[in-house]
Design a protein around this ligand. Structure first.
Ligand code: ADP
Length: 305
């Protein structure tokens, strides 16, 4: 740490602090993530080690770059390249949303980052505006791999129980308590993020898990039979009746000014089967998952940028 001069905190996470620092010799700016004492707290240790392992494996232009790691006095220190601001800050400064071109450029880069992780069989599980860093030149870097994890192959019948990510960006399967989820949870978060970039407003700002489910149903209609079954089997919701929605407020009604191409991501019937096959093969995820339509954007954006 002596090699760096601290310029003050830039972020406070659940498991430590992020400091902006300057390397004394080179003058290089870095962000140092300093975890809490990890010997006493098993959860902190697990998260720190998981993040280090995954970040060493993941090198990409749109992922935050890990420069060095050390452990001192029972704390882990992770040194990253410093990135100027977060998408959250940018959205706070633009309360009516970002312009279409900026949203497209950001989304394109976030999709590249996510697709890269998915190709390495890693799901991020906590994609949200705070975890998207943006450099002065407009380069997007996905950060915070503390919740990310490697997927076991489906034949191993993997179940995941330790999911705790931010509610507003949580996919329906997570809300109802499905323990067999996968890459689509990231794609769902990307869909929420896209609408938030375009409008400046969080898409589904639920104030409880039940309210979160209600927000989703009101927009996209009732849950699937499988998700309903999981809901009623989940002890967390025992005695609770699943909200039914009588009047749907669909995306195009709620956001009449958004470009139809962006809203297309929610229009299941419009997507050609051949396109679905292509995506499914690329990502190996459930073709019926609503948020998949975002990947159609990747093609469109590839052609435009
Ligand atoms: P935690 O897992 O503790 O939430 P994060 O990795 O999400 O930690 O970082 C917390 C905050 O610190 C981010 O939301 C961001 O504001 C800031 N931050 C993280 N990494 C960087 C970086 N490389 N450059 C600049 N700021 C960063």
């Amino acid at each position: 740490m002596e090699r760096y001069e601290s310029l003050g905190p830039v972020g406070e996470g659940s498991y430590g602090t992020v400091l902006k620092c300057r390397h004394r010799d080179s003058g290089r700016l870095v962000a140092i993530k300093k975890f809490m004492d990890s010997d006493d707290d098993k959860a902190v240790k697990k998260i720190a080690l998981r993040e280090i392992k995954l970040l060493r494996q993941l090198r990409h232009d749109n992922l935050v770059n890990l420069l060095e790691v050390w452990k001192r006095r029972r704390r882990w220190y992770l040194v990253f390249e410093f990135v100027d601001r977060t998408l959250l800050e940018e959205l706070e400064q633009n309360q009516s949303g970002l312009d279409l071109n900026t949203s497209r450029q950001y989304l394109y880069q976030i999709l590249r980052a996510t697709a890269f992780c998915h190709q390495q069989n890693i799901i991020h599980r906590d994609i949200k505006p705070e975890n998207i860093l943006i450099s002065q030149g407009g380069v997007v870097k996905l950060c915070d791999f503390g919740f990310a994890r490697t997927m076991a192959s489906p034949s191993e019948g993997a179940v995941y129980t330790d999911y705790v990510a931010t509610r507003w960006y949580r996919a329906p399967e997570l809300l109802v308590g499905d323990i067999k989820y996968g890459k689509p949870v990231d794609v769902w978060a990307l869909g929420c993020l896209l609408i938030e970039m375009l409008t400046g407003q969080p898409l589904f700002p639920g104030d409880s898990d039940l309210d979160q489910i209600y927000h989703i149903i009101r927009c996209f209609g009732n849950l699937t039979t499988h998700h309903k079954e999981l809901f009623y089997r989940n002890p967390v919701f025992s005695g609770v009746t699943l909200p039914e929605c009588s009047v749907r407020v669909q995306l195009h009604q709620r956001f009449p000014t958004i470009t139809p191409a962006a809203l297309d991501l929610a229009q299941v019937s419009r997507v050609a089967p051949s396109f679905l096959d292509k995506i499914q093969c690329f990502l190996q995820i459930d073709p019926l998952h609503l948020s998949l339509y975002l990947y159609r954007f990747l093609d469109e954006l590839n052609a435009k940028i």
